[in-house]
Design a protein around this ligand. Structure first.
Ligand SMILES: NC(=O)c1ccc[n+]([C@@H]2O[C@H](COP(=O)([O-])OP(=O)(O)OC[C@H]3O[C@@H](n4cnc5c(N)ncnc54)[C@H](OP(=O)(O)O)[C@@H]3O)[C@@H](O)[C@H]2O)c1
Length: 255
């Protein structure tokens, strides 16, 4: 991590499954990470999180239920973290919504609905900056503070050749703009801040499961591989990179 001082206080939002869980496991094993706050809507319902807690030092891990679309819930999270530490050095948001029981990515315009678009925007575009807003007091410091949020390459407007997935693409593009705007504001408050939009690569999780059929052989990452690469990408970024959109291999992605 590009930090001048240790210990590091970190938070992962969306830590109960998928890439967020893999990031949580890696961060929990890092000696420099003094405290790690892990959040999801029902973080304690995850058997994987229970196993992680059982294996880790109890003082270091903090579990918190929070919904990224609920400002009250995010404010409660921020207040709880502030009781333990005045600052966070690393925040990673992995929450994203592509499909669920009531939502599927659109193949054609005819499948677009107001309800689906609003749900996707609530989670994928509004959630990350609402999280940043709640945690802002913890990022106002002169220490390095990284706010990284998982976007997706399909959110790149310049890279859109296939079409489809209207809501998810547009919501991730909107997230990118939100993060870019956040980077400008945060830089004025903390010159050592780094705000990043990151693409993890196609990764074997519940989010990608129904869409893995067309993934070429060897191109589907494990969550642990994606987490390892994302932490490497974060580790080599500097404040000059703040507001950028980077892939798992460190390459910038066009807006
Ligand atoms: N997997 C891929 O191939 C891929 C590719 C490109 C980009 N991405 C992006 O990478 C990120 C991580 O994806 P993933 O595949 O790891 O997803 P995932 O397996 O679906 O995990 C999502 C995590 O977010 C939590 N979550 C969902 N809704 C939430 C909410 N409203 N508030 C708080 N937590 C919530 C979930 O836990 P609860 O349900 O318990 O709350 C879970 O821990 C997403 O932003 C996704 O768009 C993924």
């Amino acid at each position: 991590m590009p930090f001048s001082s240790t210990p590091i206080h970190a938070l992962v939002m969306g830590a109960s499954a998928g890439i967020g869980l893999a990031l949580a496991r890696r961060l929990a094993a890092m000696p420099d990470v003094a405290s790690l706050t892990l959040c999801a809507r029902r973080i304690r319902a995850s058997a994987d999180i229970a196993a992680l807690v059982a294996a880790a030092s109890p003082a270091a891990l903090h579990l918190h239920d929070a919904d990224i679309t609920d400002e009250e819930s995010l404010n409660r999270l921020a207040a709880e973290v502030r009781q333990r530490t005045p600052s966070l050095h690393l925040v990673i948001n992995t929450v994203g919504l592509l499909h669920d029981d009531a939502l599927a990515p659109e193949k054609t315009l005819s499948q677009l609905t107001m309800h689906g678009m609003l749900r996707s925007f609530a989670v994928n575009a509004c959630g990350p900056v609402l999280l940043a807003k709640a945690l802002m007091p913890l990022l106002r410091q002169s220490d390095p503070a990284i706010f990284a949020s998982l976007s997706a390459r399909v959110g790149s407007i310049g890279d859109n050749r296939l079409g489809g997935w209207y809501s998810y693409r547009a919501a991730k593009a909107a997230q990118n703009q939100m993060l870019r705007t956040l980077s400008v504001e945060l830089r004025r408050i903390n010159a050592n801040s780094i705000v990043l939009a990151l693409h993890p690569g196609t990764t074997d999780t519940g989010l990608s499961k129904p869409f893995q059929g067309n993934v070429p052989e060897g191109k589907l990452f494990t969550p642990d591989f994606a987490a390892e690469r994302l932490l490497e990408v974060i580790a080599v970024r500097s404040p000059a990179d703040s507001g950028g959109f980077f892939a798992w291999d460190g390459q910038p992605i066009p807006w």
